[in-house]
Design a protein around this ligand. Structure first.
Ligand SMILES: Nc1ncnc2c1ncn2[C@@H]1O[C@H](COP(=O)(O)OP(=O)(O)OP(=O)(O)O)[C@@H](O)[C@H]1O
Ligand SMILES: [Mg+2]
Length: 479
């Protein structure tokens, strides 16, 4: 049995804060005119696009160039590579589909299925499998009358009230039947039961990210839901909980735990070969024939396999790689585009992390980045202190003492944003030299988003986006 932990941290970047954040699709900066294609020569005929008319603004030029390449790589809807798309086949999840279907099958015969908990690390296909089983059940005309699915992502639900209200309102035939806001919790519970009970049916309530509900609101609402069948006259409720956190049931009341835990299914992480199969199927649906170079799928799969076999990550790499290729006006997606996509995804995680630093830590990082940007070599700690103090004063703040600054430096290092190495200065003794591990051109504006640091902002060359090579930051290149 695979070991599962609640950790959402990418294995590749252990020192960085965890995030399930997926890159923004659009690179927000206006770029230099795209360089020539990076792909190998291609047998396809040249495009016969007429030259774009002169644009009135930089943004217009970008739109023109993006429209010009539209459709070169993607065959149809690019949603095929997104999370919301449920493919018709889920390779390497046949066994889990079978298991989930087996647990829910009694509902097809009019019997009450057991409650079910599904566990697995992120991107292991839990949501997709349940969505597919639901689709297959709903397609059977004979059951559509007496089986009703409700899907709720608990990550988007703030309170037990909104969960019960949302579940109840699924059955409201008309506006006046709906549970409004502002009732007592008891009244909402009664209202939900009344609405559910209007028909003899089996309600399959899917609570995705159920652990987040418990963290946010405790297990009270799960207690209510797990014993609701004793109070329903016509309808019956089954709960399918989905979670990344195998241990979340430890925090549940023993009665709730045993009721929810009637059946349990574990989703193991995908390995690199399984991810390749998944990507190949999706690529076939998404791209025109012959536009995916050899090595592309393998590289996406290898990167994602390192991150505990996350299919979402693998698909994001492929989609972003294709978008990078489009912006290069390339006719094929190459392994290099996937490397750039990987850098881009990591960069987004890092920038999010910078946004959450305490103010003085942000100022310190800002001073380091400024000095590094000017010199393009390591910065000595003495210069960092000086630069930090100047910036703090400029912002009307009292600079921290050297010891506190040193602690902040250690924090930045622990987060993997900078690296400090000891350098010998001959008779002058030894000092620390700081090297930056974040993309400067993107991080400075992110720090300036803090209103306290905003006065430090200055116009900068918007035409260039730096893509940091995290394996070797010195080789950071403009994209
Ligand atoms: N076997 C598979 N075949 C095709 N696509 C898959 C497969 N497994 C997962 N995917 C795709 O990978 C993405 C992530 O899958 P899914 O959302 O089901 O993961 P999850 O286990 O629910 O993750 P999380 O715990 O983060 O919610 C989705 O786009 C899904 O369609
Ligand atoms: Mg999910």
């Amino acid at each position: 049995m695979p070991s599962l932990t609640p950790d959402r941290r990418p294995a590749e970047t252990p020192s960085r804060p965890s995030s399930s954040h997926i890159a923004n699709e659009a690179v927000s900066q206006v770029r230099d005119p795209p360089r020539g294609p990076t792909a190998a020569p291609t047998p396809e005929p040249e495009r016969e696009t007429p030259p774009a008319a002169p644009s009135t603004s930089d943004a217009a030029a970008v739109f023109d160039s993006l429209l010009e390449v539209k459709g070169e790589l993607f065959k149809g809807r690019r949603e095929v590579l997104r999370d919301s798309y449920i493919p018709s086949r889920l390779p390497h999840r046949e066994h889990q589909i079978h298991q989930v279907a087996e647990v829910l099958a009694p509902a097809l015969r009019g019997d009450l299925p057991s409650n079910l908990l599904i566990f697995g690390k992120i991107g292991t296909g839990k949501t997709a499998v349940v969505a597919q089983v639901r689709r297959d059940i709903e397609r059977r005309a004979e059951v559509s009358e007496h089986i009703q699915f409700i899907y709720i992502n608990c990550g988007n639900i703030d309170t037990p009230y909104s969960l019960l209200q949302m579940a109840g309102n699924t059955f409201a035939a008309k506006e006046s039947d709906r549970i409004p806001t502002g009732w007592s919790l008891d009244r909402v519970q009664a209202g939900m039961r009344r609405l559910m009970d209007t028909k003899a049916r089996t309600v399959i309530l899917v609570l995705d990210e159920i652990d987040r509900l418990v963290v946010r609101s405790g297990d009270g609402v799960l207690y209510t839901l797990s014993q609701i069948n004793t109070e329903l006259a016509n309808a019956r409720l089954v709960i399918v909980g989905i979670s990344n956190d195998l241990k979340f049931t430890n925090n549940l009341d023993a009665r709730v735990r045993s009721r929810l835990n009637e059946e349990k299914i574990l989703f193991p992480p995908y390995d690199a070969l399984q991810l390749q199969d998944i990507l190949r199927e999706r690529a076939k649906e998404a791209f025109r024939d012959g536009v995916v170079d050899p090595g592309v799928i393998e590289r996406c799969a290898a990167y994602a396999a390192l991150e505990h076999g996350d299919a979402r990550r693998a698909l994001a790499l492929l989609r972003l790689g294709a978008e990078m290729a489009e912006r290069d006006h390339a006719k094929r997606i190459t392994p290099d585009h996937i490397v750039k996509a990987k850098n881009r995804l990591e960069q987004d995680v890092i920038i999010d992390c910078c946004r959450t630093l305490p103010t003085h830590c942000k100022i310190l990082l800002y001073a380091i980045l400024q000095a590094y940007e000017r010199r393009r070599t390591g910065v000595l700690t003495g210069d960092v202190y000086e630069g930090y103090a100047k910036l703090a004063q400029k912002l009307g703040l009292q600079p921290l003492h050297a010891r506190s600054v040193s602690n902040h430096l250690s924090d930045l290092e622990a987060l993997g944003l900078i690296r400090a190495t000891i350098v010998s200065r001959g008779r002058g003794g030894r000092t620390r030299e700081i090297i930056v591990d974040v993309p400067i051109a993107e991080t400075l504006p992110a720090l300036e988003e803090d209103p306290l640091l905003a006065p430090l902002g200055r116009p900068r060359n918007r035409g260039q986006l730096l893509l940091t090579n995290f394996d070797n930051p010195a080789r950071t290149t403009p994209y």
